[in-house]
Design a protein around this ligand. Sequence first.
Ligand code: ATP
Ligand code: MG
Length: 195
Amino acid sequence: MGGTFDPIHYGHLVAAEEARTNFDLSKVIFIPAGNPPHKKDYPVTDAEHRYIMTALAVNSNPFFEVSRVEIDREGYTYTVDTLKWFKEKYKDAVEIFFISGADAILDILTWKKVEEVMNYCTFIAATRPGYTSEQLERKVKEVKEIYGKDIFVLKVTGMAISSTEIRKKVKNGQSIKYLVPEAVEYYILKNNLYR
Ligand code: ATP
Ligand code: MG
């Protein structure tokens, strides 16, 4: 599961856990984005902070891991390079799924080398409050028509949480309790993030 994770929240964690259990995945690897090209207009928090928060958040789940592969890469980071890296590492010994929220799937056709991406993995599209199933199904159909690839839609417990909203709350001095794991909440306060 890729993401900026700025910061990681329960929406990410629930989607990942429900994907794991529904698809019987042996583990979920969270991959904080290094220097994501699509977010270059917004000052993304230092990768080390995002990595640490992700590590703190996944610590309590034995099936969850966090990877440094993108944050240790120079320049813009693209999913295609990350998946290629995992594919070369594991060869055909594992089947790779990429867990994405509805919003990410909706703009999947703009991704760099999307066809190559879809050759490396199978997408699991997690529903997300604010995005309709119709929108998502339409995109899934479009991808199938263009590339002949299936995307699995997974209805996950709706968590109307976004990192943007959390950053705003912190900035305004509002509580983010129960939106992010406690360890992440404390890390944000201790390091004065999003102020
Ligand atoms: P931001 O507001 O900064 O864009 P975000 O909450 O969208 O943050 P990202 O790091 O951009 O989080 O998302 C990483 C992945 O997790 C994306 O595929 C996104 O669609 C998915 N995701 C994020 N929040 C949710 C949620 N509440 N429910 C389901 N999927 C989610
Ligand atoms: Mg987002």
